[in-house]
Structures are given as structure tokens and as C-alpha cells.
Design a protein around this ligand. Sequence first.
Ligand code: HEM
Length: 496
Amino acid sequence: MLLLPLTLMIFVILLYGYKSTRKPRHFPPGPSWWPFLGCAPQVQLLRKKTGHLLLATSKLARKYGPVIGLKVGGELVVVVHGAEAVREFLANDDLSGRPNTSLYTFRSWGKRLGIVMTDGDFWAEQRRFLVRHLRDFGFGTTNMSTLLEEESQELVKYLQRCINESEAVVNMHSLFSTPILNTLWRMLAGVRYDTDDPKLAELHEILADMLKQVSMVGKTFAAFPFLRYLAPEASGYNLYMDAHRRLTDFLYKEVDDHKQTYDPEYPRDVMDLYLTVINGNAKLQNSTFSEQQLIITCMDMFMAGSETTSNTLSFCFLYLVLYPEVQKKAQEEIDRVLGRERVPTLSDKHKLKYVECVIWESLRMFVGRGFTLPHRSIRDTELCGYFIPKDVKIVGNFYDSLLGDQCAIEDPMEFRPERYLKDGEVVVPDAIMAFGVGKRRCIGDALAKGNLFLFVTVLLQRFNFSVPPNASPPSTDWEDGLTPRPKPFQVVVCER
Ligand code: HEM
């Protein structure tokens, strides 16, 4: 009696297993797909061998070409390598969606919310609103300049306090997270924390935990969602959810504070403005504005804006201690243009061309160690002559175009800011798409560039940075997270 259903079940499983190994026609080449697992085992093996997922897919690109087609669990994934192919990918509107996977809805009450992981009309309206009003509250304006100048001076004071005699040994990889968080949070919610404020420590801890959980390398429970029921602890699901819950609680408290004190006639920050729109639209059905959307947008801004900038600064100072001659040259330029006393402002940027080159070289070192954010094909399309069906996840690998031995940049592992100076002007090669290209381009580049310029200039004007005596030079290897970061390192800081 049981034989027939059992045989049928085995037949269906075998058929499904066989079908899961078949690739769509003209899909980008890549390793063969095993039943149910796709090529996850081969990629995982390569990742173990090379130490990073980024290097694993680069290795596959050597064999299969710049556009490779993978399957991880049940998900089709295309990884794009090399400047030309990555630019073609980012400029293709058909590839401008975001994956609609449970990883990005678990955090937001089962809905697709926020800016970074949404798409379609919802995303377009929300992005437009945010870009417009971030500008009202200072993005790219003199307000922003004043705010960044204040924060960079706070960092100088902090380092001066650390230096009790002539020098201090500082954890450089974590020095920038507080000031960068402050610049971002001041624009969004008008809040500034002092370095020793316990609320800041709380926010830091929550964010660090969350960012650890949202790695670009992927979560086991995202590729195999049933694992969140079978092994919620071991698959990382519980940790992921807990970190997000703590951040949403923190943000809800801030929204409540705003609700108690805000005046719709005089919005103080982006959060006030958002609340005004929510109240105005309260009766509208299908409004894309809601308190939940506000919370997840803030979360997105933290995720997109804090680590990116502070990790670029960490890479910058890592290379400045490894290349003391570069540090000296930048300091000489600062001395020549500003002297030791005048506080730098954003308007000095165009006069400090070598410093600007140091920043571009640091961005190359940071961006070149990572992927783009994941995209999704919103309809069937073509990329570099291959067929990309609708709903495929697609990411760009920046290693090959910025750091790999086949990239168009001379001696790519060398930190050489001069490479951008052409006849006294700063010329950045097209391959360095540090802030992306096309519809999903970064919306925070003005703030990021402003922060990078002021923090580097202010610190080099006041301090010397070097490898601690008797310590080995810090490693240029990196840790994977949501974005790449240097392995923890210390430097000696002394006043000039
Ligand atoms: C060094 C600092 C930064 C770098 C290198 C950087 C880089 C990028 C890149 C490459 C993208 C596009 C990814 C893609 O193609 O999907 C992006 C998107 C984004 N960035 Fe940035 N970013 C930085 C700082 C910031 C800051 C400070 C903010 C916020 C104030 C921010 C907010 C965003 C947002 C919201 C998106 C998503 C846009 C969308 O999906 O429509 N970023 N960023």
C-alpha cells in the first residue's frame, strides 16, 4: 500500500534534484551544480583555501571569465568581475532591483522596508524624499561643513587627552566609529553624543553586534531558510534577530522622544520631517511613509554610512603608518597650505590635492576588498552577452579591477597617492567606482567625502602616526563583515 506513494515521492525528489542541477540557457558559466546544494560546496572550499569569498570568486573568474553564474542552495547568483563588466552591470536599469530574500524582511516585521534593500516605486519615492531632505538638513552644504569641523576637532581633543606625556598607543581600527556615527546621527535625528555618554556606548555595542550579523558573505539561514526552525542558534538566526531587535528598540525610543517635542512648523531634522509627512498622510491608503519605514530607513543609514566611512579611515591610517613617506608628504602639503594652527574647513579641499589623492588611494584599498551591495534582475536581461533571468541575485567584485594582479592599475598593492596626480590635477580612473554607478549610486557621498577629507587633514596637521616600537608592521589582510575592515591594529600617536 505504501509502496506506490513512497516510489512517487522518491521519483519527485529525484526529478527535483536533477532539475536543480540544470542551468538556464546562455546563463554565465561557472562550476557545476550539485542537486539541492548548487555549487555552494565548491565555493565554500575555495573560500577556505583563499581566506575570503572575494578571492574565491576572483579565482573562479580566472577560469570562467568576468561574469560567473553560481547557485547557492536554491538561489541563482551572478558575480561580476573587472571594471568594464562591473560598470555595464551597475549601469543596467534591469539589474537595479534588490534581492527579495528573507534575510532583509526578517529584520522588518516581514515587510520590505527602508532604502537599501527595497526597489520599485516604493524605493523610488523614499529615496527621492531622503535625498531631498538630507540636503535641506545640511548634506553638501555649509551646515554640514560646520558640523564635520566640530566633530573632527572633538577627535583632536580626544587624542590630546589620550596623550598624557609625549605619546599614546591607540587602537586605530576603532578610533573613528564614534565621530562618524555622530555626524550621521546629528543629520538624521539631531542627536550628538559625548565620547563618554553611556547611550553612545549602548548604540555602539548594538551596531557592532548588528553589523557582525549582516555580513556580505551571507548567512547560512538565508541560503537555507528552513535552518531557522531546525537550528536557530547554530545557523546564526537568533543572533541576527536579537541584534536587529535591540536596534529597532533603540530607534523607537528616539522616535518617541521626537514625537513628544516636535513642531510640524519647525522641523529640526530629517526625523521630524518624516513624522510630519506620516501625520499628514495618516488617512492615505498605500502611503509609503510609516513609523516602521522611518525606523528601518535609520537602520539603513547606519548600516550604509557608518562602517563604510570609518573603515575607509582605518585603511587610510593603516597605510599611512606603513608608508611614512606618504604621511610626511601629506603633512608638508598641509603645513604649506594651512600651517599648524588654522583649523581646516571643507573649502580647503581643492587646495590640498595630495591629501585628496591619499583619500582616493584609501578608498581604493577599502572598496577593492569588497563586493557591491547585492542587486536583483527585475526582468529578463543580458549582461556581457549572457542571459540573466528575472529575479537573479547579482553582485560586483571590486578586487579584480582595483587590487588584483590583472587590474589596469600599476603595482596595485602599493599605496601610491601620486598615481592620481596628472599635471597638478587629481584624475581618478573610471575603474574606481567607489560610490557606485547608476540608479543605486550612494546617496551619502558628500557626507562621506567631507568626513574623509576633514578627519585625515585635521589629524595629520596635529599628529604623527607610527608603528609601535618592537611591534611588527600591521597586516594589510582584512576581516569580512558588511564591509571589509583592517584586522585590529595599534599605532603610536604623538603631537607634532
Ligand atoms: C566611504 C564611504 C562610503 C562608500 C565607499 C559608499 C559606497 C556606496 C556604494 C558603492 C553604493 C552603491 C551600492 C550598489 O551599487 O548597490 C552605496 C549605496 C548607498 N549608500 Fe553609500 N558609501 C559610503 C558612505 C555612505 C554614507 C555616509 C551614507 C549615508 C549618509 C551612505 C548611504 C548609502 C545608501 C542609503 C545607499 C543605498 C542607495 C540605494 O540603494 O538606493 N553611504 N554606497
